[in-house]
Ligand binder design. Structure first.
Ligand code: ADP
Ligand code: MG
Length: 346
């Protein structure tokens, strides 16, 4: 076989480009595989009108977390939340997780205990069973890979590619908090390394720091939507920032998006920390920050009456034709394109 000498840097493709390239090479062979690469979770037909949804996420030390300010219990909890969030994004109920660890000898048995304490607390909260995994050594640092499994009736599964023109764009909870929480933690770390006797001053910012360190997946919304009789027309979880996730729904549904800056839900503490501590624009933190693990979804206009009074859901815009592009109307009434920051890790 001819060896190619060409070398393309990963950074040229970006994370999404790389996933797209892998996807192009894959041909699905089993009719039970209803969704492969390209959504928050794969969807497998398990018969009798039910589907299994499966998703995997990996957290690497130094890339996704910094142990100088992340307690291991919180890290364990977060690692589970991140995965359960992808199951919720399919409108499915999580049931099991598998946990794989790569550990360097820097870690003690007690450290692993602390990590599992957090993971098992999350399992209890989400009512999921930890059913297996794998353990290996690592030359440097800690890597946590979790696979989550869930289940839903076939007709209730929500994909990214099924939004319709005119659908209302909804978001759960509030956004931007995890990002400003991270900025506070990074600032405390820098100040501590300059002056190790300094005491952390994070108590007044407990909400946003908690959003960063110990996020909670919105499985509750899956049950609430079912009670209200609403099946979203599309859904995705907000792991990379509102902008990036809006573009995923728009692109896969072959539609455009209009959202309104003043409708983006932002908690008061997020707002104040963004402006007062970092001179950041709060809506930019929501659009490009990421790690909020809220749900972004679309509903048919005819379902609006059923959920308009839900106090954890904000209505931020609607789906348009693809030719209209993806835009935000700012508070000042300007129309600005929504752009994804895309890619952070390579
Ligand atoms: P999310 O942010 O919701 O976890 P990702 O952006 O990580 O989703 O992944 C998008 C899609 O690409 C998913 O279907 C995921 O399973 C798939 N994917 C990601 N990395 C790989 C890979 N290395 N090989 C095959 N599929 C992948
Ligand atoms: Mg996701």
């Amino acid at each position: 076989m001819e060896q190619t000498t060409q070398r393309t840097e990963l950074s040229q493709l970006g994370e999404f480009g790389l996933i797209e390239r892998i996807k192009q090479k894959v041909t699905l062979q089993n009719p039970t595989t209803l969704m492969g690469i390209g959504d928050d979770a794969a969807v497998i037909d398990i018969g009798n009108g039910w589907c299994q949804v499966i998703s995997s996420d990996l957290l690497a030390e130094g890339i996704h977390f910094d142990l100088t300010f992340t307690p291991l219990q919180h890290l364990g909890y977060k690692a589970v939340s991140v995965n359960i969030s992808d199951i919720a994004a399919m409108n499915a109920q999580p049931e099991q997780i598998l946990v794989s660890l790569a550990l360097s000898n820097r870690f003690s048995v007690e450290a692993v205990d602390a990590l599992y304490e957090g993971m098992l607390a999350a399992c209890k909260d989400y009512k999921v069973d930890l059913v297996g995994g794998d353990t290996t050594s690592s030359r440097s640092g800690l890597i946590i890979s979790i696979t989550a499994l869930g289940r839903a009736p076939k007709e209730k599964i929500t994909y990214r590619h099924t939004a319709k023109k005119g659908d209302i764009i909804c978001v759960s909870g509030d956004l931007g908090g995890a990002y400003v929480g991270l900025q506070l933690l990074l600032r405390e770390k820098a100040e501590f390394s300059a002056n190790p006797r300094m005491q952390p001053q994070l108590e007044p910012f407990a909400y946003v720091v908690g959003r960063q360190l110990r996020p909670i997946a919105k499985t509750s919304l899956v049950y609430e939507l079912a009670d209200l009789g609403v099946i979203p027309t599309s859904m995705i979880d907000i792991s990379d920032g509102l902008a990036s996730e809006l573009l995923h729904i728009a692109k896969s549904s072959q539609l455009g998006v209009v959202i309104y800056e003043d409708k983006i839900p932002i908690d008061r503490q997020t707002y104040e920390v963004a402006i007062n501590e970092f001179k950041l624009i709060p809506s930019v933190c929501a659009l490009n920050g990421g790690e909020d693990y809220e749900l972004l979804f679309t509903i048919a206009q005819s379902d609006y009456e059923k959920i308009k009074l839900h106090d954890d859901i904000s209505f931020i815009g609607y789906m348009t034709e693809a030719a209209q592009g993806c835009y935000m109307i700012t508070r000042a009434g300007q129309k600005v394109p929504i752009t994804a920051q895309g890619w952070k890790h390579f």
